[in-house]
Design a protein around this ligand. Structure first.
Ligand code: PLP
Length: 401
């Protein structure tokens, strides 16, 4: 274990190590094996860009980055340049790709830390080229094409308009061109349409004598579903972390890579008729025992990321779920797992404390571990992670932090 010696942070860590009230277990070996499985799927001719944005989808960016690189990922993908700086400072020398457009002033980081930028506007390209010239270098960039996600990138029409200027900027080296799908898992027709539009842009530029070594469009879902779209490179996050895009099946044998844990801190007798929690939303229907765990919505537990319903059918489903839940049916209800047995959350999840019914589970004491289900990417980043890695000793950064 790595322990700092000075400052309040070290005290915090000592406390955490002695009695961990909540923690995330991360299996880096599983991340590594998933990486190799994805590499086998795409074959030798296609590069793997491992997406480690969002703190590696909640698993810890730096340890995961070391692992995927050691298992053959060719590039790393992050959203922000400062994430790239952190990776460089931790000794990672693999190519690092920045997904989002740069803020004016961030060009310096990109040049100094040798990051690869996505270019979504002429102004951004000009600023970066200017900065590169000051340093006497050429920086690698990828042209982002907006084909239907409706977020960032050049519209195909504006590429034509700006091509002469863009491709003659002296500080840029056009290493790639790419687009991002809006609904790769759910809408094959629209995905193919985006792909055709992208291909037509690439073809059009080729006719003008402009070619890119790396053309890429696929995220996890598209790489699985459409082998013909893998082109030169695929950008993979979800699969590395052992999950499938919603509704997509694979036969890769991906392994689960993480689990989220807390402990029982209190056991409480409840009598039939009592109410539990804020808002008095839960009435106890029989005498039972309740356990309290020190986890709440502030930790990302019990937090739903509910997108706006995509249509009338979707809306009906959302409403039905709320109504059924109100009537007492077990839909949309949170469960935890104790000794492998599911136990329901009682009442509302609090900011930092949650109540669970353990009346039917024997052998529970204060201190008993509780496994939590939560959306990985919204779990509070400061919750300590415990890394398991046996296959290959990485750098010291893969030790528990
Ligand atoms: C997040 C992201 C990906 C990875 O998506 P997954 O579905 O998790 O594989 C790929 N490309 C871009 C541009 C992204 O932002």
């Amino acid at each position: 274990m790595k322990t700092e010696t000075k400052g309040s942070r070290s005290t915090e860590m000592e406390i955490e190590e002695k009695v961990r009230p909540r923690w995330i277990e991360v299996n880096l070996d599983a991340v590594g094996r998933n990486t190799r499985r994805v590499k086998e799927m795409i074959g030798d001719g296609v590069k793997l860009l491992a997406v480690v944005k969002g703190d590696a989808y909640g698993l810890g960016m730096v340890p995961v980055a070391h692992t995927v690189i050691s298992q053959g990922a060719d590039l790393l993908g992050v959203t922000n340049p400062d994430e790239g700086v952190i990776l460089r400072n931790k000794g990672i020398d693999a190519p690092i790709f920045i997904f989002r457009p740069l803020l004016p002033g961030e060009e310096e980081l990109v040049v100094n830390y040798q990051l690869i930028s996505s270019i979504s506007s002429l102004q951004q390209a000009e600023r970066l080229s200017d900065k590169a010239r000051i340093y006497g270098v050429k920086v690698p960039v990828h042209l982002k094409v907006e084909t239907g996600l409706g977020r960032t990138g050049f519209l195909p029409s504006s590429i034509k308009e700006h091509a002469d200027r863009l491709f003659s900027l002296p500080g840029l080296e056009w290493e790639g061109i790419y687009t991002h799908f809006a609904s790769a898992a759910g809408d094959p027709q629209f995905t193919r349409q985006q792909f055709r539009l992208f291909q037509s842009v690439v073809e059009g530029l080729k006719k003008r004598g402009i070619q890119f070594p790396l053309c890429h469009v696929c995220n996890s879902a598209a790489a699985l579903l459409y082998p013909e779209m893998r082109l030169d490179l695929v950008r993979i996050g979800t699969l590395l972390y052992g999950e499938n895009p919603p509704g997509v099946k694979d036969d890769l044998g991906l392994e689960s890579t993480w689990s989220f844990w807390s402990r029982v801190i209190h056991l409480q007798k409840l009598e039939k008729g009592m109410m539990v929690g804020y808002g008095r939303t839960h009435r106890v229907s029989r005498d039972t025992t309740m356990a309290v765990i020190p986890v709440g919505y502030r930790d990302g537990f019990g937090v739903d990321v509910t997108p706006r319903p995509a249509g009338l059918i979707d809306l009906t489903k959302v409403v039905a779920k709320i109504v059924l839940g109100y009537l007492g049916f077990p839909v949309g209800k949170y469960y935890v797992e104790i000794n492998g047995t599911p136990a329901p959350v009682l009442g509302r999840v609090g900011m930092e404390l949650t109540c669970i019914d353990v009346g039917k589970i024997p052998g529970i004491e204060v201190g008993t571990p509780v496994r939590l289900m939560a959306r990985r990417t919204v779990i509070r980043e400061s919750i300590p992670k415990s890394y398991c890695q046996q296959e290959k000793a990485g750098s010291s950064d893969t030790q528990p932090v």
